[in-house]
Design a protein around this ligand. Structure first.
Ligand SMILES: Nc1nc2c(c(=O)[nH]1)N[C@H]1C(S)=C(S)[C@@H](COP(=O)(O)OP(=O)(O)OC[C@H]3O[C@@H](n4cnc5c(=O)[nH]c(N)nc54)[C@H](O)[C@@H]3O)O[C@H]1N2
Ligand SMILES: Nc1nc2c(c(=O)[nH]1)N[C@H]1C(S)=C(S)[C@@H](COP(=O)(O)OP(=O)(O)OC[C@H]3O[C@@H](n4cnc5c(=O)[nH]c(N)nc54)[C@H](O)[C@@H]3O)O[C@H]1N2
Ligand SMILES: [Mo]
Length: 773
């Protein structure tokens, strides 16, 4: 496999096949081979997302009660192969390479070393990680943490760890004395967690899998489903086959949202048949979603006025609006006053396209709205989610079958981690319950979220950073500023499966604590243990590991948290950490005692086929907002980046997204099959007209430089430009390679999610290299 990224040798083609189909079967075979796990991998995959099996470690999409024989997708299978890989990052590997040497490896090269097998501690004298015993590691980490001010210690979680681990982790942090519990959600769907409680009174989506069977229309904003939640193509395909329109809003014509060949359907596999996933594709400009939603609302209001005047049935669900909502008149007034030319300018599409979308939407008795990072990772993401919700409220599309809002979450348990208390916000924590159950005073001061933690690290104000999974240093913005600051942290501790950039850019004292993955058998004193996760639709699932652990030295995540907690918190003996680890059922009892509404009869219900659903007030049309109503929100403008407008001459708007062969910072290969990019990630995909205006031709090399006012140079050199079907002024490139272009202050108003989808950049052509004979 090619691991060195040499864009000169890359290939580009128009990938003409549909998502799924034989292409995905072939890609699956090659990853099993690459990770040396063909036979075992195939057996293991049959247990993926099955009742009594394990919950996929890739995306968080719902797991149906009646799973397909292959209830996994190509990318879920890749994530499985990556976890059960035959490759090992052993102490011998660490002995062969200094950390400075490993710093020069790219993300793919680092993680391709395989599973970390033993706990390791950084040794400054030899510039190497050396093996350390678990006891020594825990004793030293606990002693160091005890000597620190808890307010200067951060406990990050990346979204994969189970409900059981996450509950223990937040409890340990709070007993220690801090709410510094940021998680990957701070870079992901935090905009949702801020916007939805204001509008409909719940922090999560309201759609369940069964709604796909009843819906009359699906609106799809800013998500690359074929790559990032491929199993969702199944319910989408079923809805399309019933004739349900799917209207997609995306600057890129993503392959999976156009055509899908079901790899599980024999007839589709042998004939060129496929399902057209999108009935209308609105190729919106980056950041144009709020304007598009307002345009659709404008059309609906105009047609509703006419219908009223002519005595025909209304388009608005006035009964719902009257009984359940507040703020409709103020919203309607702004919409009426907003001109079509302003809407067209911001959305970047013609009025007729938005009118067509609005008419289709208004013709359906029920509609669902799904969205991903194309919506949440913008300066004005919260405003956009407000506008999308308004669109649903106009027609009563919350709290009835086949309707609702569906933020498509990222990591396989990121929503669940929030549910059991991983949050920096003490207002979201059942502090009374914690007090009563564990007899301690939980900290009430707001903790640090991701951006705030970065600011403190940059300013040299933190003492330690503990990472429960993830690759924080690589996932955050502004590496040019953050990496040097990171190295000054007195202590970094990482619970990991694979070597990544955060292991080689480390604090002064640094530990790697290798853990079991979810797919591995977890044997404890009380026998084989299982864990649980929450999916994107608020359903909880049990998950049991199936594979022999990658190394006999690994500890489970609950065991790691317990071992540290016992040493860190000697005074709090009320928690039977050892008993919890011996039998995870007892951790679930504790979760149930803390959150009885959601988790009653947790142990009995965790294997319910399709999961058990958490109660969602908005689904019942109960609004847990301050005024007890669902709230229409009034837009305060449409400019996606008020303080960094990308309309100046020569300035382009860059989105940083995932390719088809990665899970976040874990890069499986250098190809992005659906976009026809082979063998490089050092690339910018551009509109032809922009290329011409910049005096560039496809295949040229440029440096990208961020346009910002703070005087800091942010630049990535040697990127190849290629022509692509993307709106003028917009550019696509890959995360995490381009993260150093995002200024830390460039984040969503209200939620502080880094605005990874809209970075104003300028291109600087590289002088052509003389060809040597
Ligand atoms: N295989 C795989 N699965 C994954 C992941 C992975 O890396 N690999 N990551 C997981 C995680 S943590 C997450 S959060 C999700 C991420 O899944 P996505 O939400 O799909 O995230 P991205 O890959 O960043 O793609 C963003 C999409 O939004 C579009 N977009 C960009 N800007 C705009 C805009 O302004 N408006 C609109 N309407 N669209 C826009 C892009 O063209 C792209 O289609 O996937 C999860 N699942
Ligand atoms: N520019 C840009 N930046 C982004 C984004 C973007 O779209 N564009 N997306 C943002 C989003 S949505 C997210 S969620 C973040 C992701 O940020 P993170 O969640 O911090 O990063 P990941 O890449 O998912 O973490 C990968 C690492 O997790 C570890 N790991 C894997 N499995 C396990 C396990 O079972 N247990 C433990 N303990 N560790 C494990 C492995 O060592 C692996 O190297 O990135 C954000 N950053
Ligand atoms: Mo995410």
């Amino acid at each position: 496999m090619k691991t060195k990224d040499t864009p000169e040798e890359a290939r580009f083609d128009e990938y003409n096949n549909a998502a799924g189909g034989w292409g995905s079967v072939k890609a699956l075979g090659s990853i099993l081979q690459q990770e040396h796990v063909i036979a075992s991998g195939t057996r293991v995959l049959m247990k993926q997302n099955k009742p009594e099996g394990f919950a996929c470690v890739s995306c968080s999409w719902a797991k149906p009660a009646d799973p397909h024989l292959f209830e996994f997708c190509e990318n879920g299978a890749k994530a499985t192969a990556w976890e059960i890989t035959g490759k090992r990052a052993t102490p011998e590997l660490f002995a062969r390479h200094t950390v400075t040497e490993m710093e020069r490896w790219n993300d793919l090269e680092l993680e391709s070393t395989g599973r970390v097998t033993e706990p390791m501690k950084y040794d400054p004298a030899s510039d190497r990680y050396l093996p350390v015993s678990w006891d020594e590691a825990f004793d030293d980490i606990a002693a160091r943490l005890r000597a620190m001010d808890p307010k200067k210690v951060v406990f990050y979680a990346s979204g994969r760890a189970s409900l059981e681990t996450s509950y223990m982790y937040q409890l340990m942090a709070r007993m220690y004395g801090t709410n510094n519990l940021p998680d990957s959600s701070n870079m992901c769907h935090e905009s949702t967690s801020v916007a939805l409680p204001q509008t409909i009174g719940v922090p999560v989506g309201t759609v369940r899998l069964e709604d796909f069977k009843h819906t009359g229309c699906i609106l799809f904003f800013g998500h690359n489903t074929g790559t990032n939640a491929p199993r969702m193509l199944h319910p989408l395909e079923e809805a399309r086959k019933r004739g349900v329109p799917v209207i997609t809003f995306n600057p890129l014509r993503e392959r999976g949202l156009q055509r899908f060949v079901n790899p599980q359907s024999p007839t589709e596999m042998i004939t060129p048949a496929h399902t057209e996933i999108s009935s209308q594709y609105v190729q919106i400009r980056i950041g144009g979603d709020a304007a598009a939603a307002v345009g659709m609302a404008k059309r609906i209001l105009e047609r509703d006025d006419l219908a009223q005047a002519e005595g025909r049935p209304r388009l608005l669900d006035q009964a719902f609006i009257d009984a359940h909502t507040s703020g409709m008149e103020a919203f309607a007034e702004v919409v009426r006053k907003t001109s079509w030319s302003e809407i067209e300018r911001h959305a970047g599409v013609a009025r007729t396209e938005l009118e067509q979308a609005a008419d289709t939407y208004a013709a359906a008795d029920s509609a669902m709205l799904m969205y991903g990072m194309g919506v949440t990772q913008h300066r004005e993401a919260v405003r956009t989610i407000h506008m999308l919700t308004n669109l649903l409220l106009l027609r009563g599309n919350i709290g009835k079958p086949g309707a609702g809002i569906c933020p498509i979450r990222g990591h396989s348990n990121v929503q669940g981690q929030r549910t059991v208390g991983i949050t920096e916000n003490p207002e979201m924590v059942p502090n009374d319950k914690l007090r009563a159950l564990y007899h301690f005073e939980p900290p009430m001061e707001k903790g640090l979220n991701t951006v705030e933690a970065c600011e403190k690290i940059r300013d040299g104000e933190l003492s330690a950073f503990f990472m429960l999974g993830g690759n924080f240093v690589r996932a955050i913005p502004d590496q040019g500023v953050m990496e040097p600051a990171w190295r000054k942290l007195p202590l970094t501790v990482q619970v990991v499966t694979h070597l990544n950039r955060s292991c080689v850019i480390h604090g002064k004292t640094a530990y790697l604590l290798p853990c079991l993955g979810r797919i591995e058998v977890d044997q404890q004193g009380g026998g084989e243990q299982s864990v649980s996760v929450e999916d994107s639709t608020g359903c909880m699932h049990g998950s049991r590991g199936r594979v022999k652990p990658a190394s006999p030295h690994l500890l489970s995540e609950p065991a790691i948290v317990a071992a540290l907690a016992k040493r860190l918190l000697p005074a709090h003996t009320q928690v039977d950490w050892d008993g919890w680890v011996a039998d995870y059922g007892r951790i679930r009892d504790a979760i149930e005692a803390t959150y009885p509404d959601i988790f009653h009869d947790f142990n009995a219900r965790m294997w319910t086929p399709g999961g058990f659903a958490r109660p969602l007030a908005a689904r019942e049309r109960q609004w847990k907002t301050p005024n007890g109503k669902a709230n229409f929100m009034v837009p305060d403008g449409f400019e996606p980046d008020p303080d960094m407008p990308a309309d100046a001459p020569g300035v382009l708007r860059l989105m940083t997204t995932r390719g088809d062969s990665q899970f976040n910072t874990t890069v499986y290969s250098l190809d992005d099959r659906f976009r026809g990019v082979w063998g490089t990630r050092r690339i910018l995909l551009m509109n032809r007209q922009d290329l011409r205006q910049q005096g560039l031709v496809p295949g040229d090399f440029v440096a990208a430089e961020t346009v910002s006012s703070d005087g800091v140079e942010r630049r990535v050199d040697h990127l190849r430009v290629e022509a692509f079907d993307i709106p003028a002024g917009c550019v696509m490139g890959y995360y995490p390679e381009l993260n150093r272009l995002i200024p830390l202050f460039h984040h969503a108003r209200g939620s502080k999610v880094p605005a990874a989808k809209s970075i104003p950049i300028r291109l600087i052509p590289e002088p052509a290299q003389p060809v040597l004979a």
